[in-house]
Design a protein around this ligand. Structure first.
Ligand SMILES: NC(=O)c1ccc[n+]([C@@H]2O[C@H](COP(=O)([O-])OP(=O)(O)OC[C@H]3O[C@@H](n4cnc5c(N)ncnc54)[C@H](OP(=O)(O)O)[C@@H]3O)[C@@H](O)[C@H]2O)c1
Length: 216
């Protein structure tokens, strides 16, 4: 798959490295292709990755993965150009600091970042995924000693084809994809990310844990 990753920082870089290892072509869409955070992942991935400005990345890719800070989202979507029919996977979390300096979500419970992105990105087929863990788990999802049990990747979308793409890309990273429903389920997945962040801070900033699913 030709994947445009918008943002080549912690998340974009880790996803790009891992998907390139799985055989995908990575096009980083960034503000300044010659500089910024793109250089380390580009150097590591080699020929399977390139770095171009945001609209060029979007134009040439089959799938777009949004991995920028939440504050940059309106500017970035505006820069993407025509998104009609494009599959857009939202990995962002609308995080904010409250007056006491503790981390929360900025949008309340009657919408979500993903739904706001769907409103901004006219015609795009939006999915929410790859937001509920720290980037370290996208770089390496292996947790030896748990038999067949894999870390889960919760996702949601209103579009069946977008869901299929997320399933494939999640499996390529070593996750068990879990379809949680329509895009409105991002109202649950974004708080889940916040819980993961709070637990990781509480555990001495340890990012080495994920969610798994037991069934019977
Ligand atoms: N960190 C995590 O473990 C984690 C896990 C899951 C989800 N998330 C979410 O994923 C998103 C990215 O987090 P991150 O930790 O990867 O951030 P990061 O390391 O700061 O990287 C952000 C990337 O976005 C780019 N960017 C910023 N503003 C831009 C703009 N206006 N146009 C184009 N590119 C722009 C930056 O490019 P420059 O190099 O030009 O600055 C950089 O490549 C956030 O929404 C975060 O909440 C983070």
């Amino acid at each position: 798959m030709k994947i445009a990753i918008i943002g080549a920082g912690n998340v974009g870089g880790a996803l790009g490295r891992s998907w390139a290892k799985a055989g995908h072509t990575i096009i980083f869409g960034v503000r300044d292709p010659a500089n910024g955070k793109t250089k380390p992942p580009l150097a590591e991935i080699g020929g399977a990755a390139s770095s171009v400005v945001v609209p060029d990345a979007v134009r040439s890719a089959e799938v777009i993965v949004l991995a920028t800070p939440w504050d940059a989202v309106p500017t970035v979507i505006n820069a993407m150009g025509d998104l009609r029919g494009k599959i857009l996977i939202d990995c962002t979390n609308p995080l904010s600091l409250n007056a006491e300096g503790s981390l929360g979500l900025s949008l309340g419970s009657s919408t979500s970042g993903a739904e706001e992105i769907a409103r901004l990105a006219t015609g795009a087929r939006v999915a929410k995924a790859f937001n509920t863990y720290g980037w370290e788990n996208f770089a390496d999802s292996s947790y030896p000693g748990h038999g067949e049990l894999k870390p889960v990747m919760f996702y949601c979308s209103d579009d069946d084809e977008a869901k299929e793409v997320v399933e494939t890309l999640a499996k390529d990273l070593g996750f068990e994809p879990v379809d949680t429903g329509g895009l409105g389920m991002a109202r649950s997945l974004e708080p889940l990310a916040l819980m993961w962040i709070r637990l990781s801070i509480r555990n001495g900033r340890n990012p080495n844990f994920t969610w798994a699913r037991l069934t019977r």
